[in-house]
Ligand binder design. Structure first.
Ligand code: PMP
Length: 403
């Protein structure tokens, strides 16, 4: 190296701040509103929390034991990228028996790290820059950020308590543009508890067909319905090849920490998703796959008992809110109530903050779930009857003090 060259290379470049190294779309995404709120909760004592979207049951013992046994048998290696064939077979049989949707385990089912990874893979596999992704809201908090991270544009479609938070064909039609590509559905809904019946789906399917959309249907709460049985969007005539069905074991089988879910769909889409999956996570954790296999093989009765228990608590909570004088539509699925707090004159954020500070009850302000969430509070009833009863009493006293 000449003297001149070494001098040039030693000229200090203007150092970038750490922020400048970050991908702008990651940098600009807001952290989850739920997390922010629960950081606050963790600083307080004796809080009753209706905030967390997870079962209060521990995974049944025989399911845990299956994972322990798999380890004792030395099953500690990678599995096939798509998931163990016997687990894919069991998922296929389960979906067929429960929801009358048939998938070929060989190339239409992919086992993922929770339903979360399945949503991420589906969006990454489908989105090209600028594509518009239609998202009925209020909705699960991850759809819009993952859309943006994948280069898409998220287009919220507001749903309303007066319609029991169902998506209507009219509002879907109004949101469609030539750039629309994907519709994300989540029924039974987190956070509203809304469901869609066969008759509700038919006009939606027509709009999907007429506008050549593809659908990601997040059916992670499919088993948790009270009254009418879940109808998979993939089971609507003509919709199977247009739908990526996303689900998992977290909610119905009380397995949140195991991180195990799945996606089902057209072989070409599943193989595109598999490419991303194999380069990022290789396969879902092997012991979790053994546990999931046991849950599907021998765990269906326990699942039904847990659902009955959620149903009792659902009635208690809805009646409780109505007695306090808060309007509460009847949630028919998942394990959330979504009462309106608009009559108190407070915003969701103000209500949730003051409820925490003055009554020691944590619930999630509805505005974090997007359009239509303001004026509501998401309360998970997947907690003990004693805690729910005490929480309702505290909320009642708090609301009466506001008057
Ligand atoms: N979809 C919805 C609607 C959810 O509520 C959740 C979890 N809260 C997920 C997906 C993610 O589930 P998993 O734990 O299987 O990743």
């Amino acid at each position: 190296m000449t003297n001149e060259a070494s001098q040039v290379s030693s000229v200090p470049v203007q150092a970038r701040s750490i922020k400048d190294f970050l991908n702008p779309s990651v940098r600009d995404i807001k952290p989850s509103g739920i997390r922010r709120f629960f950081d606050l909760v963790s600083t307080r004592k004796d809080v009753i929390t209706l905030g967390v979207g997870e079962p209060d049951f521990v995974t049944p013992w025989h399911v845990r034991e299956a994972a322990v046994m798999s380890l004792e048998r030395g099953k500690t290696q990678y599995t096939s990228n798509a998931g163990m064939p016997e687990l894919r077979d069991a998922i296929g049989a389960y979906l067929d028996n429960s929801f009358q949707v048939e998938y070929n385990p060989a190339d239409e089912i992919l086992v993922t790290v929770g339903g979360s990874e399945a949503i991420d893979l589906a969006l990454r596999a489908l989105i090209s820059p600028g594509d518009e992704i239609l998202i009925p809201e209020p909705c699960y908090i991850s759809y819009s950020p993952i859309t943006v991270l994948s280069g898409g544009v998220s287009v919220g479609i507001e749903t309303f308590a007066k319609d029991q938070f169902k998506l209507t064909a009219e509002s879907l039609k109004k949101s469609i543009t030539p750039k629309s590509k994907v519709l994300i559905l989540c029924y039974p809904s987190n956070p509203t508890g809304g469901i869609m019946t066969y008759e509700d789906w038919l006009p939606i399917a027509k709009v999907v067909e007429e506008n050549d959309l593809i659908v990601i249907s997040d059916e992670i709460y499919a088993e948790l319905t009270y009254g009418s049985k879940h109808v998979s969007f993939a089971a609507i005539p003509g919709m199977k090849d247009r739908t990526i069905l996303v689900s998992g074991f977290a909610k119905a089988f009380a397995m949140t920490g195991w991180r195990i879910g799945y996606a089902c769909g057209h072989p070409e889409i599943i193989s595109a998703m598999l490419k991303i999956h194999q380069y990022t996570v290789m396969c879902a954790p092997v012991m979790s796959q053994y546990a999931a296999l046991e849950a599907l093989t021998n765990g269906l009765e326990e699942k039904d008992k847990m659902i009955e228990s959620y149903n009792q608590r659902r009635r208690l909570v809805v009646q409780g809110f109505r007695e306090i004088g808060l309007q509460c539509h009847e949630p028919q699925g998942a394990f959330y109530a979504f009462p309106s707090i608009a009559s108190t004159g407070l915003t969701s954020e103000q209500f949730a903050q003051r409820l925490l500070e003055e009554a020691n009850v944590a619930a999630v302000p509805g505005d974090v779930f997007g359009l239509g969430g303001e004026g509501h509070l998401r309360c998970s009833y997947a907690t003990s009857v004693a805690s729910l009863t005490e929480a309702i009493e505290r909320i009642g006293n708090f609301v009466h003090k506001l008057k």
